[in-house]
Write a protein that binds this ligand. Structure first.
Ligand SMILES: CC(C)(COP(=O)(O)OP(=O)(O)OC[C@H]1O[C@@H](n2cnc3c(N)ncnc32)[C@H](O)[C@@H]1OP(=O)(O)O)[C@@H](O)C(=O)NCCC(=O)NCCS
Length: 175
């Protein structure tokens, strides 16, 4: 059985950053799911991950399969002015490289982000996903996320609108 692990990162080594970019490029080429439709130039991807480490509201988690970085997820806290939603955080940019799927790594990334959110005192975790991301939808529904809305014009892909689904999880009810 391959070994899976997830860690919160505050700094990223060049090797991990390379692996993360390669994993992201492969996931985007296979169908994306966290924004990009086409893999951007490598330096744009590197800035994306480095930016996630710099923004105080974001926490980056990376997933490893047998020691190699193959996926990640982010916990995004509300901005300071948003007192009304200070109890809700967002799970975003959750992906695993195509060759590393099916070993429970996304489930572990998701659970780790939830645990971090709970530890920080958040009561609710929100996320949204394109309706075409079937594996992600199954992942979240099995993990207890509740679909509360459909956005009919969530994304514009190849000249057509794609619906998006909005989910939340009550972090107190489902510990
Ligand atoms: C969604 C994704 C992260 C799943 O990664 P993974 O590591 O293969 O997932 P796991 O092995 O942890 O599977 C956990 C659960 O997800 C669901 N799942 C995963 N792959 C699935 C698939 N191909 N079809 C249906 N359900 C699937 C299952 O419920 C699975 O639980 P089970 O094995 O007990 O049935 C991965 O397919 C991916 O990166 N997709 C593209 C990016 C994306 O859509 N991200 C989410 C939106 S931001």
């Amino acid at each position: 059985m391959p070994n899976i692990e997830v860690s919160k990162v505050r700094e990223i080594s060049v090797a991990d950053l390379n692996d993360l970019c390669y994993a992201a490029e492969s996931a985007i080429a296979e169908g994306g799911g966290f924004g990009w439709l086409k893999a951007p130039p490598r330096q744009v991807l590197e800035s994306f991950w480095r930016g996630a480490l710099l923004v105080p509201e974001r926490t980056l988690f990376i997933g490893r399969l047998d020691g190699v970085t193959v996926g990640s997820a982010q916990l995004v806290r509300p901005s300071r002015n948003n007192e009304a939603q200070a109890s809700s955080a967002t799970l975003t940019s959750n992906f695993v490289a195509p060759w590393a799927r099916g070993h429970g790594l996304a489930r572990l990334l998701t659970r780790t982000v939830e645990e971090e959110a709970r530890r920080d005192g958040f009561l609710v975790l929100n996320l949204d996903v394109r309706a075409t991301q079937e594996a992600a939808i199954a992942l979240y529904e099995h993990a207890g996320y509740i679909k509360f809305a459909t956005h009919p014009k969530y994304a514009f892909v190849n000249g057509a609108w794609v619906e998006g689904y909005y989910y939340y999880k009550d972090l107190q009810a489902d510990a």
